[in-house]
Design a protein around this ligand. Sequence first.
Ligand SMILES: *[C@@H]1O[C@H](CO)[C@@H](O)[C@H](O)[C@H]1NC(C)=O
Ligand SMILES: *[C@@H]1O[C@H](CO)[C@@H](O)[C@H](O)[C@H]1NC(C)=O
Ligand SMILES: *[C@@H]1O[C@H](CO)[C@@H](O)[C@H](O)[C@H]1NC(C)=O
Length: 246
Amino acid sequence: MKLMLRPLLFHLLLFCATQTFGVKIQSVPEVISEGLIETELEKTVSLVCHETQVDEELVWLRNGAVVNLKEGNKNGQSSVCVKPIYDDNGATFTCHLKKNATVTASVTLNVTYHPQLSGSEEVAVEEEAELVLQCDIWANPPVSSVSWTLNGSIVDLTAGGFLLTNDAFTSQLTAKDVEKTLHEGTYQCSATSPKFGDYSKQFSVTVTENTFKFPLMPMVAGLVVVCLTVLLAVFSRWKRIKKCCK
Ligand SMILES: *[C@@H]1O[C@H](CO)[C@@H](O)[C@H](O)[C@H]1NC(C)=O
Ligand SMILES: *[C@@H]1O[C@H](CO)[C@@H](O)[C@H](O)[C@H]1NC(C)=O
Ligand SMILES: *[C@@H]1O[C@H](CO)[C@@H](O)[C@H](O)[C@H]1NC(C)=O
């Protein structure tokens, strides 16, 4: 008990020495710099707001919106736990005295996550059609590089007539006018995260024969026109036909 009390007392003394009036946030994991806390998806962050002197009611805000607190978690000291989701990246948590919002402290979360790339997907594409392969490379910190391979070698963009486009969210490889000899095989996209390492996803692409497409729509349209013409013809001669039948 004594051993545990000693550091606590020491911290309390420090508080009193450096700050006479105010609120302070302690967190696990600790703030690294400029009020920034680095954590990962689903990795719980615990924030405790301490008052340095009076036993006043405290208020917590997340991006300016009040956080509901239970009774007994408001006066003198108040804690909140955050299990971060993507949306918590960049979220600011602020604690202030209820009766004086200028007595305040805040921290901001830096939620890191790796690109969601794994497993493999079967892709079938018809000859002469368009092949589109997409990889989700969104990550924090952003990925430092993305590469595509076909059967284990870097995709030759010009030889295969490929187009490669990347933005912060997706890397997309497309080929118009697919040919079996050029485009069938195992593709893999790999993204490197400076924090989490390499992630990749595979695509097994098979190129199928160009099936004969029955021209259904033009046929239907043609039939409709023929029927309408016949109907109109019959209708315009209805009277005459009637007469004939009499
Ligand atoms: C709120 O706190 C600030 C800083 O301690 C102080 O200057 C100010 O007078 C307080 N305002 C009220 C209404 O108590
Ligand atoms: C968040 O943490 C990552 C990993 O350390 C870092 O690269 C990135 O710059 C941080 N983001 C901000 C906004 O500080
Ligand atoms: C990739 O490998 C498969 C299986 O060995 C082969 O059938 C295919 O032709 C190869 N693709 C290319 C573009 O070389």
